[in-house]
Design a protein around this ligand. Structure first.
Ligand code: ATP
Length: 220
C-alpha cells in the first residue's frame, strides 16, 4: 500500500492570469514548499482558465495568457502550467478539469487552490457536490480584502482542516484556510497601470513585461 507521503499530490492554482503576477507566483511557490513536506510526489500546476463561468471574460486570449505563465515559471523546477482548459472548447467548468485529472491520475490526491471570494460562491459552481467528493481545497485570503464567512451549504459538505498536515491526511472533502503571501497585487491593478502607460515593474516578472510590450497587450 502507498504511504501518505508517497502518494502523488496535484495542487491546482486556477486563474485567468490576465496577466500572471508575483502574487500568483509567490502563492504557488509557498504552497509547493509547504505541501512538499507531506508529499514526495508533488506537482503544483497553474491552470489557465480559458472562459471563466463566474466572472467577466479575460482581456487577452487564453493562449497568450498561457505563454505569459510559461515565461514566468520557466526557471522553476516545482511549478508547471496546465493548459487543458484552453485545449477544451467552451466554458471552463472546473468539474470537467477535475474529472479529467481524476481519470488521468486515479491514485492522486487533488487539491484545488482558490481565493476566499470564489470559495464563498462554491455552491453556485456546476456539479459542486461532485467536486467536493473529488478534491480538497486550499482557500487563500487576499491581502486587504474582507474575509468571507463559510457558505452554509458548503459547510454541510466540507470539513475544515486546521493545518496542511491535517488536510493531507484526507483524500477529499476538506478545506484549509491559508493566509497567503502578503503581496497586494492583482491583475486588474496591472491592467490599469498598463492602460495608463505607467510602469508595472516589480509587480510581475520582467520576461512577462517584455512579452506584454512585444504584443502590445492591455493598451486599450
Ligand atoms: P483579476 O484582478 O483580473 O481578478 P487576479 O489578480 O485576482 O485577477 P486571478 O487570475 O483571478 O488573479 O487569480 C488566480 C488565483 O490566484 C486565485 O486563486 C486568486 O485568489 C489568487 N491570487 C491572485 N492574486 C493573489 C495575491 N496577490 N495573493 C494571493 N493570491 C492571489
Amino acid at each position: 500500500m502507498v504511504s501518505n507521503s508517497e502518494r502523488q499530490t496535484i495542487a491546482i492554482v486556477g486563474g485567468t492570469f490576465d496577466p500572471v503576477h508575483f502574487g500568483h507566483l509567490r502563492l504557488s511557490e509557498e504552497l509547493a514548499e509547504a505541501l512538499h513536506c507531506y508529499s514526495n510526489k508533488l506537482s503544483v500546476r497553474l491552470m489557465v482558465v480559458s472562459q471563466p463561468p463566474h466572472r467577466s471574460q479575460p482581456v487577452v486570449a487564453a493562449n497568450k495568457r498561457a505563454e505569459m505563465v510559461k515565461l514566468a515559471i520557466s526557471d522553476s523546477e516545482t511549478l508547471e502550467v496546465d493548459e487543458r482548459e484552453i485545449n477544451r472548447d467552451g466554458v471552463s467548468f472546473s468539474y470537467l478539469s477535475i474529472e479529467e485529472l481524476a481519470a488521468e491520475y486515479p491514485d492522486a490526491r487533488l487539491i484545488w487552490v482558490l481565493g476566499d471570494d470564489a470559495f464563498e460562491g462554491l455552491d453556485k459552481w456546476r456539479n459542486w457536490q461532485a467536486i467536493c467528493k473529488a478534491v480538497s481545497f486550499i482557500v487563500v485570503a487576499r491581502p486587504g480584502a474582507r474575509r468571507h464567512r463559510l457558505n452554509a451549504e458548503v459547510g454541510k459538505v466540507l470539513t475544515e482542516s486546521t493545518s496542511i498536515e491535517q488536510l493531507m491526511e484526507k483524500s477529499f472533502g476538506s478545506f484549509f484556510r491559508y493566509s497567503g503571501p502578503n503581496l497586494d497585487i492583482s491583475s486588474t491593478q496591472i491592467r490599469e497601470l498598463l492602460q495608463q502607460k505607467r510602469s508595472c515593474r516589480f509587480l510581475l516578472p520582467d520576461s512577462v513585461i517584455e512579452y506584454i510590450q512585444q504584443y502590445r497587450l492591455y493598451e486599450n
